[in-house]
Ligand binder design. Structure first.
Ligand code: MV4
Length: 446
C-alpha cells in the first residue's frame, strides 16, 4: 500500500481525505493557495506546499505546480477530491507519465465517459435505458427537425461537453428549434471549446437519482445503492438523501444493476456515480457518469457503513474489494444538507468573510464534514460550501427530525448561510411526503 499521498484539493474534502489516510497509516502532503495559507486543517497533513496565488487557475488548477508538490513531497499517489483537476483526463495522464498513481479511473475511461455522446453510446451497448434521442451528433437543422418530429416536441439540445447546465437548450416547436440549436452550439463552443451537440426528448420535471459504484482492478464491480438529489437550484444540489423516495424497490434494483453494467462495459475502475433522471411515470433514463468522488458521498457511507474514500485509496493501490454485492446494506435513511456561505434572501449571493462564532451540532446520528471553525475567514475565490451536515436515522421521519434539531443547533455568526432555507425545505409538505422533483426549489422558494 501507499506510504504517502498528495491531496490535490482544499477545504472539507481535503480534510476528509487527510483523515482517511491517517486511519490507513498513510502520510499526506497537502497543497494550498495563498488564500488558504495557515488554514487549520493543513496542520493535520504531514507536509504542505503552496501552489500559487488565490485564483484556482493560478494554483489548484496549475498542473505543473501540483505535480511539483507531488515530486518534492515524494508521494506515490494523488487524490484529486472533487472539482478542480478531478475529471481532467490530461492531468490524469500527466500523473501516469510521472509514475504517480491517480486515485480514480484511467485517463482512457475518464475521457470516454467525459464525452456525453460516447457515454450515451456505451449506455446503449450495456442495455442501460437512455432518453429517446438522436443516434449520434446532430450537425444540421434538417436532422434536428426530422428527429424532433419522430419523438415529438419538446426536445432538449445537449452539448457533448455540457456541464453545470451550460450548453443545454429546450425547444418546444420547429421555430424555436433553429435558434435553440445555434444557442446550445455557441454556448458550448465558448464554455468548453467544443460545439458538438445531440438531441433528446425533453423529460419534464424529472427527479434526479444517482447510483454509487465501486470497481476494483480485478474486475469486481458493485453498487452502493442510490442517492436522490432532486432538491437542487440552478444545477447546485442543496439536499441529498438515500434511499430515494422517487423509485419503487423494483426500479431501485433495475437502476442499480444498470449502473453496474454501465461501469463494467466502460472497463472503468475506482469510484463512479451513474446519474439517471426519473420521469413522472417512474421510468428512469441514464444521463451521465461522474468519474470522481462526489460531494454527497457521505449519504452513501451512512447507509452502507462503507468508507468510500478509504475504498478509493485501497482500490488504486491494487487491493480487491473486501465485500461482495450481497454484503452491502442500505440501512436506515441518511440526509445531507449543504451549508453554503450564501444569502438565500439575496438570490444566493456569496457571503464570504470571517466566521465570528461557530457552534457545531452533534449527538446521535449527526455528522458535520467541514474544515471551518470560529475565527475562520471564508475566502471569496472558491465554491461557497462551508460544510455538510449529514444525519442518519432508522426511518425517514426520524432522519428529518434529527436534521431539524441539528440545523437548530448549528450557529454560524458573521456570515450568511443556507441553514434557515434547509429548515424551511425540510418542513415543507412536498419534501416530507417525498414528492419533490428538480423544479421544486425554484418553483417554491424563488
Ligand atoms: C435532461 C432533462 C430533461 N430531459 N435530459 C441537467 C444537467 C445535465 N447533466 C442533465 N440535465 C438534465 N437532462 C432530458 N432529456 C433535465 C435535466 C435537468 C436536471 C437533471 C438532473 C438534475 C437537475 C436538473 C435540473 C434541470 C434539468
Amino acid at each position: 500500500m501507499y506510504q504517502r499521498i498528495l491531496v490535490a484539493n482544499r477545504g472539507e474534502i481535503a480534510l476528509r481525505i487527510i483523515r482517511a489516510c491517517r486511519e490507513l497509516g498513510i502520510e499526506t502532503v497537502a497543497i494550498f493557495s495563498e488564500a488558504d495559507r495557515g488554514a487549520q486543517y493543513l496542520e493535520l497533513a504531514d507536509e504542505a506546499f503552496c501552489v500559487g496565488p488565490p485564483k484556482p487557475v493560478d494554483s489548484y488548477l496549475r498542473i505543473a505546480n501540483v505535480i511539483s508538490a507531488a515530486e518534492v513531497g515524494n508521494v506515490q499517489a494523488i487524490h484529486p477530491g472533487y472539482g478542480f483537476l478531478a475529471e481532467n483526463a490530461h492531468f490524469n495522464e500527466v500523473c501516469r507519465s510521472c509514475k504517480i498513481d491517480f486515485i480514480g479511473p484511467t485517463p482512457e475511461a475518464m475521457a470516454k465517459l467525459g464525452d456525453k455522446n460516447s457515454a450515451r453510446e456505451l449506455a446503449r451497448q450495456a442495455k442501460v435505458p437512455v432518453v429517446p434521442g438522436s443516434a449520434g451528433l446532430v450537425t444540421s437543422i434538417e436532422e434536428a427537425r426530422q428527429f424532433a418530429h419522430e419523438v415529438d416536441f419538446p426536445v432538449l439540445i445537449k452539448a457533448v461537453a455540457c456541464g453545470g447546465g451550460k450548453g443545454m437548450r429546450v425547444a418546444a416547436n420547429d421555430l424555436a428549434l433553429q435558434s435553440a440549436l445555434q444557442q446550445a452550439r455557441s454556448e458550448a463552443e465558448a464554455a468548453f471549446g467544443n460545439g458538438a451537440v445531440y438531441l433528446e426528448k425533453y423529460i419534464e420535471q424529472p427527479r434526479h437519482v444517482e447510483v454509487q459504484v465501486l470497481a476494483d482492478l480485478h474486475g469486481n464491480v458493485v453498487h452502493l445503492w442510490e442517492r436522490d438529489c432532486s432538491v437542487q437550484r440552478r444545477h447546485q444540489k442543496l439536499i441529498e438523501e438515500s434511499p430515494s423516495q422517487s423509485i419503487t424497490p423494483e426500479t431501485r434494483q433495475l437502476m442499480c444493476e444498470a449502473a453496474v453494467r454501465m461501469i463494467s462495459e466502460a472497463e472503468y475502475t475506482n469510484a463512479a456515480t451513474v446519474e439517471f433522471i426519473v420521469d413522472r411515470d417512474g421510468n428512469f433514463y441514464f444521463i451521465e457518469v461522474n468519474a470522481r468522488i462526489q460531494v454527497e458521498h457521505p449519504v452513501t457511507e451512512m447507509v452502507t457503513g462503507i468508507d468510500l474514500i478509504k475504498q478509493q485509496i485501497l482500490i488504486a493501490g491494487g487491493q480487491p474489494l473486501p465485500f461482495q454485492q450481497e454484503d452491502i446494506p442500505q440501512r436506515g435513511v441518511a440526509i445531507e444538507c449543504r451549508i453554503n456561505a450564501e444569502d438565500p434572501k439575496k438570490n444566493f449571493q456569496p457571503s464570504p468573510g470571517k466566521i465570528e462564532r461557530l457552534i457545531v451540532p452533534g449527538g446521535f446520528g449527526v455528522r458535520f464534514d467541514s474544515h471551518v471553525h470560529s475565527g475562520y475567514f471564508v475566502p471569496p475565490y472558491y465554491d461557497s460550501m462551508i460544510g455538510k451536515l449529514i444525519v442518519h436515522g432508522a426511518t425517514r421521519d426520524e432522519a428529518i427530525a434529527i436534521m431539524q434539531r441539528a440545523l437548530l443547533e448549528l450557529r454560524v455568526e458573521g456570515i450568511k448561510n443556507t441553514s434557515a432555507l434547509h429548515r424551511e425545505i425540510l418542513s415543507h409538505s412536498a419534501f416530507v411526503e417525498g414528492r419533490v422533483d428538480t423544479t421544486f426549489v425554484e418553483r417554491t422558494f424563488t
